[in-house]
Design a protein around this ligand. Structure first.
Ligand code: KIV
Ligand code: ZN
Length: 535
């Protein structure tokens, strides 16, 4: 065995993947890129604390490789990848790098604290990418493959090489680049359908052709990375696996560039549910799927459409009489998966104002939250306040309340008090007091509506020019006493932040969501002098 082969074997053993794509190994490596490709979707940005929460959730869920970010992209990206590299112990932590020395060195530096790290280096190989994006000819691209993979291998034994726009690359050139990448030390070779153009059978044929035409292919794992422009990302990934791929790159809720990436929950549940046709296994703890999905929605403000497979609100709901009748007699009449297998637990504990701390703690455990003592006390106090307003507090209410509380980051601005006047006979007006860097400051403003008046009052206290690309209200439950979850997205100089808050008073939730977004914006700006917040 050559040194390279020994290293590949060691990596496979660590990931428990079979000896090569050509053999009968049935283990699929799940590579999650929510924090990199997912975060690249417009409006989807996350701060370091949020990325850490996502990384911890993915690790707990059994994700094999977490692509934590693109370290050279910004100081924030570097910091986040480094923080995740320090925190995560059971998943490989991966950083993205273009095919140049500066990117690779920066990725290596960010990943240095990781127990197990991967450098993922890529270059566009298709004619369009070579000519218009890179202005390089085939030989120059090929040279870059050699240089980049060789350089990445100086830092780690675990190197992934990607042929960006592989599905539109001349096959012979693609085979040559893959062979070179493997010979230079790549242990995973990724075949992206970057623009979501491939058709399932065609994509599977490409994977087969790679296996037939790349002499060293058995020395690496074949990975696929499918975008969803034609809604085919999951189908393409599954057929690629049937053709020999053993790593799937995906994101929670399918978030990602344009129409998104292959959805982790869909591909994993398809493999689990149709094991008769897809005799493979992943390490994913499927019971964590709903929790991960909710976390990503809460952080990004990208709500999941109700009819979305696996994680949509209606995915396990039965409305029509015939369906309800069937499900009551035997759930399998209309359910191909058990809701509890994706983490939808209907608990018997009904919570209300007489529920005690013990029951509340138990409920949180059932819902998948592990809070420390202080956080539990705060959540319990908020639960009691909510229970005073609502007769019955649902699981969704408690999840919204805890998600709201778990929002992290420096809180330079807090909502102290708010009163709003509105209606058909008065001009909408908001009066509020904010605590800014510990000092109470008030303002009154009029607006086109009550929300407009609130946001104007906040701007009067903390002047800023950010635009408001998203203001979204979502009722957690049915009924007029429902909590409103409000998402506010602010954008300033190309930087986007999301703030979210839940309250039974929609105006209070709106004000708190705006303040949450503002705090993130201030952190992003890096303005620390209190004077920067003065009117
Ligand atoms: O879509 C793509 O090609 C990518 C690469 C960086 C793998 O995201
Ligand atoms: Zn991509």
């Amino acid at each position: 065995m050559s040194v390279n082969e020994e290293k590949v074997a060691a990596m496979r053993a660590a990931l428990q993947v079979a000896a090569g794509p050509a053999d009968a190994g049935d283990r699929i490596v799940i590579f999650d890129t929510t924090l990199r490709d997912g975060e690249q979707s417009p409006g989807c940005s996350m701060n370091t604390e949020e990325k850490l929460r996502v990384a911890e959730t993915l690790e707990h869920m059994g994700v094999d490789v977490i692509e934590a970010g693109f370290p050279i992209a910004s100081e924030g990206d570097f910091e986040a990848v480094q923080a995740i590299a320090r925190r995560v112990k059971n998943s490989v932590v991966c950083g993205l790098a273009r095919a140049n020395a500066a990117d690779i060195d920066r990725a290596a530096e960010a990943l240095r604290p990781a127990q197990r790290s991967r450098i993922h280096t890529f270059i566009g190989t298709s004619p369009l990418h070579r000519q218009f994006q890179l202005a390089l000819d085939m030989e120059q691209v090929h040279e870059r493959v050699i240089d980049s993979v060789t350089r990445a291998r100086r830092y780690t034994d675990d190197v992934e090489w990607s042929a960006m726009d592989a599905s539109r690359t001349e096959p012979d050139f693609l085979f040559r680049c893959i062979e070179t990448a493997i010979r230079c030390g790549a242990t995973t070779v990724n075949i992206p359908d970057t623009v979501g153009y491939a058709y399932p059978e065609e994509f599977a044929d490409l994977i087969r052709a790679i296996r037939d035409n790349v002499p060293s292919i058995d020395k690496a794992i074949i990975s696929v990375h499918c975008h969803n422009d034609l809604g085919l990302a999951v189908a393409n990934s599954l057929l690629a696996v049937k053709a020999g791929a053993r790593q799937i790159e995906c994101t929670i809720n399918g978030i990602g560039e344009r129409a998104g990436n292959c959805a982790l929950e869909e591909v994993v549940m398809a493999i689990r549910t149709r094991h008769d046709l897809l005799p493979y296994k992943s390490r994913i703890v499927t019971q964590d799927i709903m929790k991960a999905s909710r976390l990503i929605s809460a952080i990004t403000g990208f709500n999941v459409q109700p009819n979305k497979a696996i994680v949509g609100a209606n995915a396990f709901a039965h409305e029509s009489g015939i369906h309800q009748d069937g499900v009551l007699k035997n759930a399998q009449t209309y359910e191909i998966m058990r809701p509890e297998d994706v983490g939808l637990v209907r608990s018997s504990l009904v919570m209300g104002k007489h529920s005690g701390r013990h029951a509340f703690r138990k409920k949180l455990e059932e819902l998948g939250y592990a809070l420390g003592d202080n956080a539990l006390n705060d959540a319990f106090a908020r639960f009691k306040q909510l229970a005073d307003k609502k007769k019955e507090v649902s699981d969704e209410d408690i999840m919204a309340l805890v998600d709201d509380q778990l929002q992290t980051g420096t809180q330079r601005v807090r909502l102290d008090s708010l009163s709003v006047q509105c209606g058909t006979t008065v001009r909408p007006r908001a009066e509020l007091v904010l605590e800014v860097d510990g000092e109470r400051r008030g303002a009154t403003a009029e607006g086109d509506g009550p929300v407009d008046a609130i946001f104007r009052a906040i701007r009067a206290v903390v002047p800023h020019e950010a635009s408001l690309p998203l203001f979204q209200i979502h009722a957690v439950t049915e009924g007029t006493d429902a909590q409103a979850v409000v998402t506010v997205r602010l954008e300033e100089s190309g930087k986007t932040v999301n703030g979210q808050a839940a309250d039974t008073d929609t105006m209070v939730a709106s004000a708190r969501a705006y303040v949450a977004a503002l705090n993130k914006l201030l952190t992003k700006r890096g303005k620390t002098a209190p004077a920067a917040l003065s009117a």
